[in-house]
Design a protein around this ligand. Structure first.
Ligand code: ADP
Length: 326
């Protein structure tokens, strides 16, 4: 039976890039296999942070995941630091990972180029990620496109550890990514991927007014200057958001109106705002319910952590045994 694992940083509020690229898929997959969804707080401390703020962001992320539709009856939602085996296995994987592989990671190259002093944690981040996944011996990892290279490294690590310590059995599976149709959502500037760190996001819990204030000036087809210019939907970020949020008939209508200069960009964005509301209203209302019952959130996280600790201990028993630690 397939095992699914994926993680998300406790960045506070979920944005629509996280939601469309990953979390919506998690909700669809949660009941199809044994699944584990992790709030990766050890990953989040690589950048400077405020400890009190981390506590809040961790809870807000848990709330966002449950409000998006993850159901503790079907899946385990948990916090990484509640399962100490993540860091134990990461250390072990440090010993089978060539530094060259880490230095080749695009995210490391991008992020380290912007820093004066680069911490080892930034370089080793994908090792912890491999440990997160392989601790549950997961073979399927629903993620956005930005994580595909890291997953390739997880497969290298699984292969190397297996070759060294379990040559007769594939103890760790080689995990494969599972992408959504909306594998990469661009930010509102249309320049780079939507990411909390780039300040170009729309949060799932933002009000319709806040969303409209961001959508209204958002980048569209750069060649479409006047309302009377016909646009090219495929190059327009707003059109891609329509494909994620609007029903197929609306998407077709939008493409036709844009390419024949029937609608201006603001008309098109108003329809998008309506489609987004249809999807986001139930999420916001579930979030409000959860906010009123904080004990339910605590219970869900405690149950998730308990199940995960059990699975993690089992995996580590095999690892320790094969590596001569008992
Ligand atoms: P962020 O990049 O905002 O810090 P994370 O690194 O915590 O988000 O990513 C959580 C999940 O969301 C990952 O599976 C990642 O692939 C996905 N994701 C993040 N940003 C995007 C995006 N712009 N488009 C599609 N998926 C995304």
């Amino acid at each position: 039976m397939a095992r699914i694992f994926s993680g998300i940083q406790p960045s506070g509020e979920l944005h629509i890039g996280n939601y469309l690229g990953a979390v919506k898929n998690w909700v669809a997959l949660q009941a199809t296999a044994e699944s584990f969804f992790c709030i990766v707080d050890y990953h989040a401390i690589i950048a400077a942070y405020d400890p009190a703020d981390l506590r809040i962001r961790r809870r807000e992320m848990a709330l966002g995941l449950l409000a998006s539709g993850l159901d503790p009856q079907h899946t385990s939602v948990f916090v990484q630091s509640d399962v100490p085996e993540h860091t134990e296995l990461a250390w072990i994987f440090n010993t089978v990972t060539p530094v060259g592989e880490l230095e080749r990671q695009t995210q490391f190259k991008d992020k380290s180029a912007r820093q004066e002093s680069v911490m080892a944690g930034l370089l080793n981040y994908p090792i912890l990620q491999a440990a997160d996944i392989l601790l549950y011996r997961a073979d399927t990892v629903p993620v956005g496109e930005d994580q595909v290279q890291h997953l390739e490294l997880s497969r290298v690590i699984a292969r190397r550890w297996n070759a060294q310590y379990a040559p007769d059995a594939d103890y760790f599976p080689e995990p494969q990514p599972k992408l959504t149709p909306t594998r990469r959502i661009m930010g509102l500037d249309g320049q780079a991927k939507m990411s909390k760190s780039l300040n170009n996001t729309i949060g799932l819990m933002e009000s319709p007014e806040e969303i409209w204030a961001k959508l209204r000036p958002a980048m569209t087809d750069p060649k479409r200057i006047k309302k009377t210019d016909p646009g090219t939907p495929e190059v327009c970020n707003i059109y891609h958001l329509h494909k994620a949020f609007s029903p197929p008939a609306t998407v077709e209508h939008v493409a036709m109106q844009c390419s024949t200069a029937g609608w201006g960009c603001i008309d098109c964005k108003k329809v998008l705002a309506g489609s987004m509301e249809t999807e986001l209203v139930p999420i916001r209302s579930r979030a409000a319910e959860l906010r009123a019952r904080p004990a339910a959130l605590d219970e869900a996280l405690a149950a998730g952590a308990e199940k995960c600790r059990r699975v993690a201990k089992e995996t580590m028993r095999g690892v320790r045994d094969r590596m001569g630690f008992d």
